[in-house]
Design a protein around this ligand. Structure first.
Ligand code: HAM
Length: 427
């Protein structure tokens, strides 16, 4: 039997798990600042939710989904992203009718894509994301981008590269796709088999083909900015002016089309450089979409959102030393000295835990020296030593493990003393 984890998946233990949680917590804090509420959706949906949501022409749907038949012979897919499932949940629960609009939702959890595992690219990864539904405006788009930027600032990022583009409205994209088709039809013989298919389903996808020669051809393709309707152009400039008014640096990247089919109007990605030159890809990507809710049988409502790849953010934060000390340790390690004292130490530990102190005890009596070493290993602030003779007098020793200081204290005063010492230490 192999004990190797499935290719592209990882186990996260202790500090690694804390780092993943810390990034999600900071994004959640930012989302709460902007008035978002959590929505928890299932890890799997019926396959057509993603086929119709993410779109038949996206690489995700064509090549990367973990899809299987359940025992009832229904095709089910592990979510490759959240947006489609979130829209399905909004329609299933008729949230659009009961919630105040815009409905602002955040979510987090694992997502699954059958990609070639490499730096920053896994088969199971964690996303944190937001969606704001029911207010179709450049201001809502701008606010969403600001939320992402603020979350990265909370994490300590200083130099972000924000790429932004517009895909225009339906009419703009229709004209643009026509122009792309005309351009690519002159080069199609030199292009990869995937691009032959993309040409028929959605020529926009040819712009982010990974094949080098195809990328060269795509460089000279027509640009969306020349096909925008007046309304889409105005809307894009309004969003940019919101970023300008907040002094946000961004780069308009007219090659940015994003890999999912649902986008219309603004799209954006956030990248950050690592000091070692490692490229983790986009840390975060998102944009505006018009048809998802309607496609799932709900009203004609648009939305805007983004998702961040938590593992990529963690890797970069490690490289840039942005994590605070997450190894919190415990408040006190209670050391029984003498066989009789193990039970008393356990009672004391339990009562301190009830009072809200993080405490541990070895559950056996051992040698003082080795248990003090254990207390240090456990990253305890204090060791509380209870011996038989002292216990009989109603006292114990409290030792500050960062200094060589020790004092005797009445057991009944322990709670208050520990409280005061911990407050002092924090200052
Ligand atoms: P996405 O660009 O496909 O967008 O994914 C968002 C982020 O997830 C990426 O920027 C990246 O950081 C991370 N990510 C994607 N694939 C992997 C992978 N294989 N390994 C590690 N990290 C990965 C979406 O998923 C959209 N649903 C975002 C959105 C929300 N748009 C509107 N609302």
């Amino acid at each position: 039997m192999s004990v190797i984890p499935v290719k592209g998946t990882h186990d996260l233990y202790a500090l690694d798990a804390s780092k993943n949680r810390y990034v999600r917590e900071m994004f959640k804090n930012a989302a709460l600042l902007y008035g978002y509420h959590e929505l928890s959706v299932p890890v799997m949906e019926y396959t057509e939710i993603f086929q119709r949501g993410a779109g038949e022409s996206s690489d995700i749907v064509r090549k990367e989904m973990y899809t299987f038949l359940d025992k009832g012979n229904r095709s089910v897919t592990l979510r490759p992203e959240f947006t489609a499932g979130v829209m399905r949940a909004i329609v299933s629960n008729k949230l659009y009718a009961t919630e105040d609009l815009p409905m602002k939702i955040f979510y987090e959890g694992p997502a699954f894509r059958y990609e070639r595992p490499q730096l920053g690219r896994y088969r199971q990864f964690t996303q944190f994301g937001v969606e704001a539904i029911g207010l179709d405006s450049a201001a809502m788009d701008g606010e969403t981008i600001l939320l992402a930027i603020q979350a990265f600032a909370l994490l300590g990022f200083e130099h972000l590269s924000i790429k932004i583009n517009t895909l225009g409205d339906e009419e703009s994209r229709k004209n643009y796709k026509k122009a792309l088709k005309a351009y690519f039809s002159e080069h199609i013989d030199e292009m990869c088999p995937d691009c032959h298919e993309r040409m028929n389903i959605n020529p926009l996808r040819m712009l982010d083909c990974k094949v080098e020669h195809d990328q060269e051809i795509a460089k000279n393709a027509p640009k969306i900015k020349d096909y925008l309707s007046v309304a889409s152009e105005e809307r894009f400039y309004k969003t940019l002016s919101i970023l300008n008014s907040m002094d946000i640096d961004y780069e308009v990247d007219d090659g940015l089309v994003r890999g999912l089919d649902y986008y219309s109007e603004v799209v954006f990605e956030i990248h950050a450089k690592s000091e070692s030159g490692n490229d983790y890809g986009a840390l975060c990507g998102g944009g505006h979409y018009s048809n998802l809710i309607k496609q799932f049988g709900g009203p004609d409502m648009s939305g805007v959102g983004f998702a961040v790849g938590v593992e990529r953010v963690v890797s970069l934060m490690e490289e840039l030393s942005l994590f605070p000390d997450l190894d919190e340790g415990i408040d006190a390690y209670i050391i029984p000295v003498g066989e009789e004292m193990a039970e008393k130490a356990f009672e004391l530990t339990t009562s301190l835990r009830m009072e809200g102190f993080k405490t541990e005890t070895p559950l056996y009596a051992g040698k003082l020296g080795s248990l003090l070493k254990k207390a240090v290993k456990r990253n305890a602030k204090y060791a509380i030593i209870i011996g038989e003779e002292e216990y009989a007098r109603g006292v114990c020793q409290i030792k500050d493990l960062s200094k060589a200081e020790q004092q005797e204290i009445k057991i009944e005063d322990l709670r208050d003393a520990l409280d005061a010492l911990i407050i002092q230490k924090g200052e």
